[in-house]
Write a protein that binds this ligand. Structure first.
Ligand SMILES: C[S@@+](CC[C@H](N)C(=O)[O-])C[C@H]1O[C@@H](n2cnc3c(N)ncnc32)[C@H](O)[C@@H]1O
Length: 229
């Protein structure tokens, strides 16, 4: 179904339904918030090829597979989570590719959407500190969605993509407050990249870039959802 066919309210209801269902599952302590599930539902509806980093027990993976036609490649290296994923996504067998080691690179390099909800480099979560840098050095995303706050990963993503893209940063606000959930819209216009290489890192404050971005219709605000976590 296309995004324009789905109302904001429907996205919210679908997100809440997925959240409620996954909250009851084994190992649900770290699942994505309803706000993030809703954001991912909206983004996935416009995507054909999605990469997910940190599937956990599969809340966001399920949202993508059940509510879009996108092909999904997802990373998860935790043994317990891999077992839960197999159970929770069994109805989508053959529609997604699971990478169980962060030492593997995805077979595709172009993604409409890359979701980051894991692999922070700590021993309990990937244990590969440069993974985000190495991955983003080799892939071409259109949109990156970061679940939660993940400040060091955000910094690493920005630093890695900066030379190739102009990034439009959008934080998801809940009642005017940032509680996690950041979007990077990645634009590849050669002159923008040249300007950035010349030292303009704060792209949002650069007058020429501001003018350029003002011509692009800004993404609509993401809906508010009660934070039930
Ligand atoms: C924030 S979680 C990812 C959650 C996932 N996106 C979801 O919504 O279901 C990040 C990482 O924590 C680990 N993790 C999540 N749940 C876990 C659990 N119950 N036990 C052990 N590790 C877990 C996994 O390795 C996962 O990649």
């Amino acid at each position: 179904m296309l995004t324009k066919d789905i109302s904001e309210k429907q996205f919210e209801e679908d997100a809440m339904e997925i959240y409620e269902a996954f909250k009851e599952k084994e190992g649900s302590e770290h699942i994505a918030t309803p706000l993030s599930i809703c954001a991912v539902l909206k983004l996935a509806a416009k995507s054909e090829n999605v990469l997910e980093i940190g599937a956990g027990i599969g809340t966001l993976s399920y949202a993508i597979l059940a509510h879009s036609r996108a092909a999904l490649t997802t990373y998860e290296d935790n043994f317990f989570c891999i077992e839960q994923l197999k159970k929770n996504l069994q109805m989508f067998d053959g529609r997604f590719k699971l990478l169980t080691s962060y030492m593997q690179m995805p077979s595709s390099r172009h993604f409409d959407l890359v979701i980051v909800d894991g692999a922070n480099g700590q021993n309990h979560d990937g244990g590969y500190k440069r993974f985000i840098h190495d991955l983003f050095s080799g892939v071409y995303p259109k949109i990156v969605y970061i679940e939660g706050v993940r400040r060091p990963q955000r910094r690493m993503i920005r630093e890695t993509l900066r030379g190739r893209y102009a990034l439009w940063v959008k934080k998801i606000l809940y009642r005017g407050e940032y509680k996690g959930g950041t979007l990077y819209y990645c634009y590849r216009a050669p002159w923008i990249i040249r300007e950035i290489k010349n030292g303009w890192n704060e792209i949002r404050e650069h007058p020429r870039l501001e003018k350029y971005f003002s011509k692009i219709k800004p993404p609509k605000a993401l809906p508010l959802l009660s934070d039930r976590r």
